[in-house]
Ligand binder design. Structure first.
Ligand code: PLP
Length: 436
């Protein structure tokens, strides 16, 4: 608790919040449990920058945990939301913007024929699992250790993200009867997947996987791994759910599938999306083949509904974001990620700190270990104790990293040379702090 004196307003706001919000926050990782100290309360953000209550300015690498592909308060997105708000905040009736957003998604991801909008990634994966069980009449779900799919009961088994940071293999309150139908396998382990299908193939409703995992740090799928999942699920009549809540419309116009499946000629049965497609507002989706999606009520027998689903402000923000996310924007995100990856590698090497720069497209994270991280065991087998000092040194130098060493660093199209320069200037000192 060494940093509160420099940020009295954030520290006071946290004390006040703790009296009325569990842990002072509405999502666990925001509480700085993994790095210590009081969280910075953010007053506003523009482009690559955020400002805290105390008036300190930072280059932001949290990026709203993914949605901020264009940076904060992008003018076209703000204008679209303001226009939608002036026309009414929600009607509980269809609007044309929902159809337009679905059409945008289908145009970018030709493997998609139908889209159902929900409000959070958690709802999307929960519904995808329900659909897969309904379509196959089977029960078992295969997931991978370290992959996070939201706080769905049946998927909170060896989940990554905040659960990894808290060191909880699971969550209290999740009935063992619910996770009993979830099979958890090591990521990137083709042999384990093949064995599981040999043993239980006719009972497996679906394999759910992050298209490129980023909730145990970034872990690129080994070449051919996603394809193998598609082949095995096909052969055994199971479904493949590609969770692109984090990667969708971030790593390319067509998400991770646009980088891999499109070229290789395979497609999952179901995609889940979130984050970028809501442009920063609560919006997520289940998408895929008409034959599966049309099982959803009212077209079919699988119940799913939502008071706020397809909310006009969220669809307006999503549409404006996708329209502004052109080839140039993706090139800028990629360039920024390449630049930061190089700079952090140089700084840590200079300070003699063992590290692995983890990349998957424009996704980036840093692991404090020499060998690349291939799965959740690797992710936990690193010098995570170095991260708090690194984090605080970066923050003191004006760069806000995710407050956990097991999260991705999010770049945006707004990370220009000035922002990248601030990051480059902060890194050598932070690398020295990590070395101590
Ligand atoms: N799936 C993935 C891959 C995610 O990264 C997340 C959130 O980080 C989710 C699902 C859950 O999304 P939400 O937090 O909107 O419920």
């Amino acid at each position: 608790m060494t940093h509160e004196r420099a940020r009295p307003l954030s520290a006071a706001a946290f004390e006040r919040a703790r009296r009325v919000l569990p842990g002072g926050v509405n999502s666990p990782v925001r509480a700085y449990g993994a790095v210590g100290g009081a969280p910075r309360f953010i007053a506003e953000g523009h482009g690559a920058w955020v400002r805290d209550l105390d008036g300190n300015e930072y280059v932001d690498l949290v990026g709203q945990w993914g949605p901020a592909l264009l940076g904060h308060a992008h003018p076209a997105v703000v204008e679209a939301v303001q226009g939608a708000a002036a026309r009414g905040l929600g009607f509980g009736a269809p609007t044309v913007a929902e159809t337009e957003l679905a059409e945008q998604i289908i145009a970018r991801v030709p493997a998609v024929e139908r889209v159902r909008f929900v409000s959070t990634g958690t709802e999307a994966t929960m519904t995808a699992v329900r659909l897969a069980r309904a379509a196959t009449g089977r029960d078992l779900i295969v997931k991978f250790a370290g992959c996070y799919h939201g706080h769905v009961d049946s998927l909170l088994a060896a989940a990554g993200s905040g659960v990894a940071t808290l060191g909880l293999p699971d969550s209290a309150g999740v009935s063992p009867a619910v996770t009993a139908s979830t099979v958890v396998l090591p990521y990137n382990d083709s042999a384990a997947v093949a064995r599981t299908f040999t043993e239980f193939g006719d009972r497996i409703a679906a394999v759910i996987t992050e298209a490129a995992p980023a909730n145990m740090g970034v872990v690129p799928p080994a070449p051919g791994f996603n394809r193998l999942l598609r082949d095995l699920t096909d052969r055994h009549g199971s479904m493949l759910i590609l969770d692109e809540v984090l990667t969708g419309f971030r790593v390319s116009p067509g998400g991770w599938w646009g980088l891999e499946g499109l070229d290789e000629g395979w497609r999952p049965d179901l995609f889940t999306y979130g984050k970028v497609i809501g442009g920063g507002l609560p919006l997520a989706a289940i998408a895929g083949n008409a034959s599966v999606l049309d099982l959803l009520a009212p077209a079919g027998p699988v119940y799913q509904a939502g008071t706020l689903s397809g909310n006009p402000l969220a669809t307006a923000a999503g549409l404006a974001t996708l329209r502004a996310a052109d080839a140039d924007a993706y090139a800028r995100v990629r360039r920024a990620a390449d630049h930061v990856a190089r700079a952090v590698g140089d700084a840590l090497s200079g300070a003699g700190v063992a590290h692995s720069i983890q990349r998957a497209g424009s996704l980036l994270s840093v692991a404090f270990r020499r060998a690349p991280v291939r799965d959740y065991d690797d992710a936990r087998d690193q010098d995570l104790w170095r991260y708090p000092a690194f984090f605080h040194a970066m923050a003191d130098a004006g760069v806000l990293l995710p407050p956990s060493g097991l999260e991705a660093w999010f770049l945006s199209a707004a990370h220009d040379d000035v922002a990248l320069g601030r990051i480059a200037a902060a890194l050598p000192g932070a690398a020295r702090a990590a070395a101590d």
